[in-house]
Design a protein around this ligand. Structure first.
Ligand SMILES: NC(=O)C1=CN([C@@H]2O[C@H](COP(=O)(O)OP(=O)(O)OC[C@H]3O[C@@H](n4cnc5c(N)ncnc54)[C@H](O)[C@@H]3O)[C@@H](O)[C@H]2O)C=CC1
Ligand SMILES: O=C(O)[C@H]1O[C@H](OP(=O)(O)OP(=O)(O)OC[C@H]2O[C@@H](n3ccc(=O)[nH]c3=O)[C@H](O)[C@@H]2O)[C@H](O)[C@@H](O)[C@@H]1O
Length: 453
C-alpha cells in the first residue's frame, strides 16, 4: 500500500519505518524542516534502539522517503497516519490544534480517496471532529472526495519501540464501518494474528488508549503508595512486589516502585482522561489520586535527601545518575530528574549529573548550574551522595566498592530500587531506597528487578 505518515516523532518515525519494513511504500512528513533535513542526510533525530538500521535499510530499498511538504507526502497515498503530538493543554486536556491542523492541511491538497488513520492519542470524539473539519475544507474547495477517519492508537514504549510495533500484544482499530476497519487491519496482518486485531467503534478505540495508559499509571502509583507505607512500618517493597506480582490475577509488570512515572504520555494522558471525565460531568477520583501520588513521590524522595543531611543541602555535592525519564531513551519529557534537580539546586546543593544517552537533551531543559560528568564514576568523585534516577544497566553493573571509595560521604539514594541493599552495604555505602528496609540483616532474599515489563 502507498502510505503517508504525518508527524515524524517517536511514533511517526517508528510507524513509518516499520510499515516500510513490512513492504509498504511510505512517505514520512514533518513540518519541522530541520528534522526532515537530518533524516534525508541519514541522521535519526532520536535515540531508539534498532531504528537507525531499520530506517537506513528501507530508505536504501526505496520504500521509505521523507519530506516537509504535505502535497508530496499524500500524492498517491491510500492511507495517511496522523502521528503528531497531542500535548497537555492549559486546562489539563489534550491540545488538539496540531492534529486538526494536519488534517485540514491534508484536506486542502488531497485529490483522491483517503483513509485518515488517527495514530496520535486523542480524546473520545476527536475522530468525529477531524471528519467534520476535513469535510468542511473539501466543501469549501468545492470537491467531493470520499474519505474515512479510523482510530488506531499506538501502544509502543520508548526504548523498545521497534519490537513493540513489530510484535504488538494487540492492535486496536476503531472504524465506522467494518469494511474500512478491515482494510486498516490488513496493514497489520503480517505481525499479529487476526484474533488479536480488535475491531471496535471509534469512541471505544479512543477510550481504550487512555484506559490502558491510565491503568498502567495506576499500578505504578499504587505500588509507590505501598512502598511509602513499607518504609513506615518496616516491610520491604521488593519482597511485597514479588509476593503480589506472582498472583496471575495481578501480574508482575508495572509494579516497580521508585520515583514515579515520567515521560511524554502517562502524565499527560492521566490528566487528559481526568479532563474528559470533568467535561462529561464525572469525577475520576482514582485517577486524580494517581496523578497526585505521582507528583508527591518526587518531592518525597528529595525530602529524604534533605532529611538525611539534617535539613539543609547547602554546599553538598550531589551526584545524579540518570536523567532520561527511563532507560533506553534520550527523552527528557516529564523526566523526574527535572523536578528533583530543580529542588536540589533550590536547597543549595551543587549538582553533578551523568546519563549515558540523554545529556544533550538534558542540557536544553536543565538549569545552567548543573555540571555534567563524562562517566558514572567521575560523576560521584567527591560527592556527598549519589541519587539513582534512571536505572540504566551501566549504573547497575558498577563496582560499588569503587563508587564508595570515590565519594566524600558514601551515601546511595536508590530511587529506582536498582541495587541490592546488601551489596551496597558490603561496599561501605549507606543505602536508602524506596520502600526498602534501611538495614537488611538477612542475606538478600530478593534480587533487584531491573526490567519494568
Ligand atoms: N512517544 C511515545 O512513546 C508514544 C506516543 N503516543 C502518542 O503519539 C503522538 C505523537 O507522540 P510523539 O511521537 O512522542 O510526538 P513527537 O513530539 O515526538 O512528534 C510529533 C511530531 O509531529 C510534528 N508535527 C506537529 N504538527 C504537525 C503538522 N501539522 N504537520 C506535520 N508535522 C507536524 C512535530 O514537528 C513532531 O516532529 C501523541 O499523541 C502521543 O501521545 C502514543 C504511543 C507512544
Ligand atoms: O502512550 C505512550 O506514550 C506509551 O506510554 C508508555 O510507554 P513509555 O512512556 O514509553 O514508557 P514506560 O515503560 O511505560 O514507562 C513510563 C514511566 O513509568 C515508569 N515506571 C514504569 C514501570 C514501573 O513498574 N515503574 C515505573 O516507575 C518509568 O520509569 C517511566 O518513567 C506505555 O507503556 C506505552 O504502552 C504507551 O504506548
Amino acid at each position: 500500500m502507498d502510505i503517508a505518515v504525518i508527524g515524524t516523532g517517536y511514533v511517526g518515525l517508528v510507524t513509518g519505518a516499520c510499515l516500510a519494513e513490512l513492504g509498504h511504500r511510505v512517505v514520512c512528513m514533518d513540518r519541522d524542516k530541520e528534522k526532515i533535513s537530518l533524516l534525508n542526510n541519514g541522521v535519526i533525530p532520536i535515540y531508539e534502539k534498532g531504528l537507525d538500521e531499520l530506517v537506513a535499510r528501507n530508505v536504501a530499498a526505496g520504500r521509505l522517503r521523507f519530506t516537509d511538504r504535505m502535497i508530496e507526502a499524500i500524492r498517491g497515498a491510500e492511507a495517511v497516519f496522523l502521528a503528531v503530538g497531542t500535548p497537555t493543554a492549559a486546562d489539563g486536556g489534550a491540545e488538539l490544534s496540531m492534529i486538526f491542523e494536519a488534517a485540514e492541511q491534508i484536506a486542502m491538497v488531497m485529490e483522491s480517496p483517503l483513509i485518515l488513520i488517527q495514530k496520535s492519542t486523542c480524546p473520545v470524539g476527536t475522530s468525529v471532529e477531524i471528519e467534520r473539519r476535513v469535510a468542511a475544507v473539501l466543501a469549501k474547495r468545492g470537491v467531493q472526495i470520499p474519505f474515512h477517519v479510523v482510530v488506531n492508537p499506538e501502544f509502543l514504549r520508548e526504548g523498545t519501540a521497534v519490537t513493540d510495533f513489530m510484535q504488538p500484544d494487540r492492535v486496536v482499530i476503531g472504524a465506522d464501518t467494518a469494511e474500512v476497519g478491515e482494510r486498516v487491519a490488513m496493514l497489520y496482518e503480517k505481525i499479529v494474528p487476526k484474533e488479536r486485531i480488535l475491531l471496535m467503534d471509534r469512541a471505544s478505540a479512543e477510550m481504550t488508549k487512555y484506559a490502558a495508559n491510565a491503568f498502567l499509571a495506576t499500578k505504578i502509583s499504587f505500588i509507590n503508595e505501598i512502598a511509602n507505607l513499607c518504609e513506615l512500618v518496616g516491610a520491604d517493597i521488593e519482597s511485597v512486589r514479588r509476593g503480589i506480582g506472582t498472583d496471575t490475577r495481578i501480574g508482575p509488570a508495572f509494579l516497580a516502585a521508585g520515583i514515579g512515572y515520567g515521560g511524554s504520555c502517562f502524565p499527560k494522558d492521566v490528566k487528559a482522561l481526568i479532563k474528559t471525565g470533568k467535561d462529561a460531568g464525572y469525577q475520576l477520583r482514582i485517577l486524580e489520586s494517581v496523578d497526585e501520588v505521582n507528583r508527591q513521590q518526587r518531592i518525597r524522595q528529595v525530602e529524604k535527601v534533605i532529611q538525611h543531611f539534617g535539613g539543609s543541602l547547602e554546599g553538598k555535592r550531589i551526584a545524579v545518575w540518570g536523567l532520561a525519564f527511563k532507560p533506553g531513551t534520550d527523552d527528557m519529557r516529564e523526566a523526574p530528574a527535572i523536578d528533583v534537580i530543580h529542588c536540589l539546586l533550590r536547597e543549595g546543593a551543587e549538582v553533578v549529573a551523568y546519563d549515558p544517552i540523554a545529556m544533550p537533551q538534558a542540557q536544553r531543559v536543565l538549569d545552567q548550574r548543573v555540571r555534567y560528568a563524562s562517566d558514572a564514576l567521575s560523576c560521584v568523585d567527591g560527592a556527598d551522595a549519589v541519587l539513582l534516577l534512571t536505572e540504566w544497566p551501566e549504573f547497575l553493573g558498577l563496582d560499588l566498592h569503587l563508587v564508595a571509595q570515590k565519594m566524600a560521604t558514601p551515601v546511595l539514594f536508590d530511587f529506582r530500587n536498582g541495587f541490592s541493599p546488601n551489596r551496597a552495604y558490603e561496599a561501605g555505602l549507606t543505602y536508602i531506597g524506596v520502600g526498602r528496609k534501611t538495614k537488611v540483616s538477612l542475606k538478600p532474599i530478593t534480587e533487584p528487578i531491573t526490567s519494568t515489563k
